[in-house]
Design a protein around this ligand. Structure first.
Ligand SMILES: [Zn+2]
Length: 248
């Protein structure tokens, strides 16, 4: 059984990388962001809490995250292992997690802040059907217009420089102590996340001696094909593929 933690700031492609690993290695992808998004979309009590917190540019509180994760992990549907994304969020949770689960490794997707800003501020969302766009990686054919339904593209309310600066500084302040603990006790793979989805995935696999990605194995030379990075982010499993793409 394989158990991984994947960490990285929003825009680092964490969801995409986790999903690629999960799909090919039969791991269950446990995405805290997806669980919360599901709650927002289904107008649950947790969803309403999350909506308020995110709109103010902050991260969801540790206790709320922890209870969601604990519940998820008790479902025990991960026969071959899991890759968890969005947890742990602080030193106490990291200690608890390491004591409770025999983690194989921690993947840290490293992305400079300037690149995070560039990627996140390029995100757009269709105001009608909810499809996501990115002006860097997946531009619409007609400017500001959804390819699928013709709706107007808008920016998410929390994708503005001020909210992003708050999220980035909170992220770094919170991630450092967690990484310190992992670095002392576990095998941490620090991977440069500026490269293509498949290059990043291949490096992760190499670190942990895992089979290389199928798309690479199938075409050993030249650039690997596949959907653009931005169309491959993690989805809640019960959502239509393009309905809510997370770039976390
Ligand atoms: Zn649309």
């Amino acid at each position: 059984m394989r158990k991984f933690v994947i960490m990285g700031v929003q825009g680092s492609g964490k969801g995409t990388q986790a999903k690629l690993m999960a799909d090919e290695l039969d791991l269950v992808h446990i995405s805290v962001g997806d669980v919360f998004r599901w709650n927002v979309q289904h107008h649950t009590k947790i969803g309403a809490q999350v909506r308020r917190i995110v709109a103010s540019g902050h991260l969801v509180g540790d206790d709320l995250v922890e209870s969601v994760v604990r519940t998820r992990l008790t479902e025990h549907d991960w026969n071959y292992g899991f890759i968890i994304d969005g947890f742990p969020r602080n030193a106490r949770q990291a200690e608890f997690f390491l004591e409770s689960y025999d983690i194989d490794g921690v993947i840290y997707l490293d992305l400079p802040d300037e690149e995070v800003v560039r990627r996140v501020l390029a995100r757009r969302l269709c105001s009608r059907c909810g499809l996501d766009y990115n002006l860097i990686a997946s531009r619409p054919q007609v400017e500001d217009t959804c390819d699928v339904c013709g709706g107007a593209l808008v920016t998410r309310s929390d994708d503005n420089p001020e909210a992003l600066a708050v999220r980035l500084s909170e992220y770094h302040a919170k991630t450092r102590p967690v990484m310190d603990i992992f670095q002392r006790k576990e095998h941490v793979a620090v991977v440069d996340a500026r490269r293509s989805v498949l290059e990043v995935q291949a490096e992760i696999r190499e670190h942990f001696d895992l089979p290389s990605p199928r798309a690479l194995a199938a075409r050993p030379a030249g650039r690997a094909a596949g959907p653009p990075a931005d169309r491959m982010n993690g989805q809640p499993s019960d959502q239509p593929a393009a309905a809510d793409r997370s770039a976390s």
